[in-house]
Each structure stands twice: as C-alpha cells, then as structure tokens.
Ligand binder design. Structure first.
Ligand code: NDP
Ligand code: 2IT
Length: 444
C-alpha cells in the first residue's frame, strides 16, 4: 500500500465515527500525493504523516452553568491543539449543538494548512462546545462563556494558543470570554482575537473573512481573465462571513441574489440589502423571515435552495457539507463560473470533483477563507506592539495576503503538474512549509 493510503487507513481505524475528520484528511492526502510520493522514504521513516494527523493535544471538559430558570445545564467543551510547528496554536471556537471531536478535529486539521498559507507564524488549533447560543439570553450566554473559560484559561495564552470566533461565537461571546480570562489570570494580553475595538481588537477583523473571500475571488478570476464586476452571485449563510462577503461583492459591482440561515433562504432579484441583513442578524438576532418586511420584492423559502438560482459565482458561507453532488450538478447546468468557499469544507468531496471535472474554477476554503485568521494574526501583532493600525492599513494588508495566496496556490499546482487545480495547490503549498518545519524540529 502507498504511504498515503496506509496513513488514511490508520486515521480511519484510530478515529472511528468521525466522518468529517476522515473527509478532511482524505481530501488533503489525495491532493498532496505527488509531494509525498516524491519524498516517500524520508517521510515514512520519521512518520511525518502519522504525526501530522495526530493532534499534539486534545482537551475535553465539563461546562456547567445555570439557566434563567435556575436550572443547571451541562455542556461539553473542546480544544484541539493540532500542530505548533510554525507558530502558537491559532483557530476559532464554535458553539453549535452539532459540535463533537470529529467536527473540531476536521476544523483543526484544515486550520494547520490555512494558517500556513497566510504566510504568518501561526499553528493550527480549534475548539468549541455543543452549547447552542440561539434563543439564549445575554445572561445565559455570559454564564456559559464564563464557565467555559474557567477551564479553558489554563490551556491558552498569547504565545501558546490564541482562540477566536467561528459559528455561534462573535463579538459578544469573545467579550465575555476575554473578561473571564483576565479576571482569572490577571493578564491583559492578546489571548483571543476578534476582540472589541475598545479592548485590543483590530479594525477590519469583523469584515476580514468575507472581504478576504472576495479579494481572493477577484484575484483568482483575474488570473483566469475574468472581471468580477457586473456578475451575479449566490451566497449561503447569513452570519459573519456571509454578510461581509455580500457587502464586498456588491461594492465591487457584483449582484448577490441569495442568502440563507438554518431555517430558510432568501432570493432578492434586486440584490441583497446588506443594511437590512445586518439589522436582522447582528442587531436583532432574528430569522431571515424578517427580510421580506424590508424588501417586499424578495422571496423567502423554507429549507435549502440557494444553489438552484442561476448565477456566475457561488459562495457557500454557512457550514460543512452544505453543497452536495446534486447542488453541484444544478450549478453546472446553470453555467456557474466559479465556486469559492467561505465556510470550512462546505462542498462534499464528490461535489468538488464534479465541479472540477466540469471546468468550474474552484477556490478551496483553506485558501479562500484564510483572510479571517490572517487578520487575527495581524490583531496579535498589534497587541504585541501595543498599537492599533487604521482600517485602511489592515484592509490593505489583508488584500495583499489574499493576492499572495492566489499566486502561491497557482504556482504550487503548476509545479506538480496540476495547473488550475487550486485545491491541490492550496494543500501542497500549505503542507510544504509545515512539513519543512516539522522535519527541522526533530521527533516531537
Ligand atoms: P455565524 O455563526 O456568524 O453564521 C453562520 C451562518 O450559517 C448562519 O447564517 C447560520 O444560520 C448558518 N448555519 C450554521 N450552521 C448551519 C447548519 N448546520 N445548517 C444550515 N445553516 C447553518 O458563523 P460564521 O459566519 O463565522 O461562519 C460560517 C462559516 O465560515 C463556518 O464554516 C466557519 O467555520 C467559517 N469561517 C469563519 C471564519 C470567521 O472568521 N468567522 C473564518 C473562516 C471560516 P443560523 O443562524 O440559523 O444557525
Ligand atoms: O476557520 C477559521 O479560520 C476561523 N474561524 C477564524 C480563526 C481565527 O483564529 O481567527
């Protein structure tokens, strides 16, 4: 058996019942095969891939808290410190009822290569909880966050592990988590990113993932001879990534026709009204059913369906495996030009292959959504030097990072005879730096 196949079989056997983790490892291994084959003997001897797929540390803990009725609730907290070869562990926290080790490990594994692609010194980690912030009062969310941090604080620090937001964790949650960390440790340090602007946050971090996705897409289209202005797009999700992707896409002259949440989706033939979307989601924390009140010409549908609308670009920005083979077939039939992933692993493996086989330009998550974590690393730099950069400075750096990523993944794909396969290019370019650092640091 080849080294790649051998390691994949071991990962499945050692981590049973974690299909999302298997999927992320499989997608990675399949595409870096040419690099591995070239160094097979050397890598096998030092078990490079076995070490890469085994987290350095996995933490699981109890999170008890009291709800508004006085009832004690118990959730499970997780932090997976996956790989620190190129920097302190860095990656978000996800609060969603679906969270378990399989989700956190897939996200942590992806984060290693994404962080490498940013060109900044950050390792890979991820964490979260099966806590559902939806429908909870601010006090309940605070009680949960304080309890979560009362355990997590001992495992993190500005030079060891720096969490941030992800699904269900935004500015409100980061504020409560930061307050409790400071209270327990007495340290005022950049231990979390995505902080509020009054206590060490970076300008443009809120916008960064969505903006970065669109800067990435603009550059990727440019090297393929396509102008994004005047094109149409379909977006899924209505959270942090989706909102700012829609905003930047429309600023650059695209018309975004859809967005969605976990209950339904909106089709707005005149282009999504970002101001209305922000008010519904960021201010009122309400459902998309509200959107029609702002835009009577729009349609609201229960369930899923954004991929049925004809458009030039598709930007999945909600969650994993939200774009499946049937959706890919519909997009291709409707003549889609490109799919660029704002969410992590939103496209199933068979859908990804179908899109690639049918000539759709595919921008993989670990490259396309790296703007969020890259700007988190810029927040860490600002915290270290105790200075704040202007919005324009951070935004310009973000844009340049996304442009560099496009060129790096394009070059890596070409170097290994896979021109135009940006998923392969992203995995190869991300892997090479981490592999080099691991090879230099001995058996750790
Ligand atoms: P938010 O919590 O702000 O928004 C998530 C959005 O996706 C909401 O509209 C939510 O709907 C919808 N959604 C979540 N889970 C599901 C589900 N199971 N089925 C259908 N819809 C769902 O999260 P973000 O915008 O921050 O994250 C979105 C994606 O982007 C995730 O994959 C995340 O890992 C990724 N990402 C985030 C980064 C960041 O900086 N925030 C950086 C890089 C990637 P509802 O509100 O109804 O649940
Ligand atoms: O998936 C991701 O890259 C994030 N949720 C952001 C991580 C971070 O540390 O900013």
């Amino acid at each position: 058996m080849s080294y790649v196949d051998d390691v994949y079989a071991k990962v499945v056997a050692k981590n049973p019942a974690e299909p999302e983790f298997h999927q992320a490892v499989k997608e990675f291994l399949e595409t870096v095969r040419p690099v591995i084959d070239k160094h097979e003997e050397e890598y096998r001897k030092v078990a490079l891939l076995e070490r890469l797929t085994e987290p350095e540390r996995q933490i699981r803990f109890r999170v008890p808290w009291v709800d508004d009725k006085g009832q004690v609730q118990v959730n499970t907290g997780y932090r997976v410190q996956f790989n620190s070869a190129i920097g302190p562990y860095k990656g978000g926290l996800r609060f969603h009822p679906s969270v378990y080790f399989g989700i956190i490990k897939f996200l942590g594994f992806e984060q290693i290569f994404k962080n490498s692609l940013t060109g900044l010194p950050i390792g890979g980690g991820k964490g979260g909880s099966d806590f559902d912030p939806k429908g909870k009062s601010d006090r309940e969310v605070m009680a949960f966050c304080q309890s979560f941090m009362t355990e997590l604080y001992r495992h993190i620090g500005k030079d060891t592990d720096v969490p941030a937001g992800d699904i269900g964790v935004g500015g409100r949650e980061i504020g409560f988590l930061y307050g409790q960390y400071k209270r327990i440790t007495g340290l005022y340090e950049g231990v979390l990113t995505g902080k509020g602007l009054s206590y060490g946050g970076s300008l443009a971090r809120t916008e960064a993932t969505g903006y970065g996705l669109i800067y990435f897409t603009q550059e990727l289209m440019k090297i393929n001879g396509i102008d994004v202005a005047g094109k149409t797009a379909v977006v899924s999700g209505a959270g942090n990534v989706a909102i700012y992707a829609i905003q930047k896409a429309q600023e650059l002259g695209m018309k975004v026709l859809t967005c969605s949440d976990s209950t339904g989706w909106v089709y707005d033939p005149d282009g999504i009204d970002v101001k209305a979307l922000k008010e519904i989601k960021e201010v009122n924390r309400a459902r998309l059913t509200e959107y029609k009140k702002y835009r009577p010409n729009s349609e609201y549908h229960e369930g899923r369906g954004v991929w049925t609308i004809k458009a030039d670009f598709a930007f999945p920005c909600a969650t994993q495996n939200e774009l499946n083979l049937d959706d890919a077939k519909t997009l291709v039939a409707n003549g889609v030009t490109a799919v660029c992933e704002g969410a992590n692993m939103p496209t199933t493996l068979d859908a990804t292959n179908y899109l690639k086989e049918h000539g759709v330009i595919f921008g993989p998550a670990k490259a396309a959504n790296a703007g969020g974590v890259a700007t988190s690393a810029l927040e860490m730099s600002q915290n270290s030097e105790r200075l704040s950069w202007t919005f324009e400075e951070v935004d310009a750096k973000l844009k340049q990072i996304m442009i560099n990523i496009v060129h790096n993944i394009d070059a890596a794909a070409k170097e290994y005879g896979k021109a135009g396969d940006y998923a392969a290019g992203a995995n190869i370019a991300g892997f090479k730096k981490v592999a080099d650092a691991m090879m230099s640091q001995g058996i750790v």
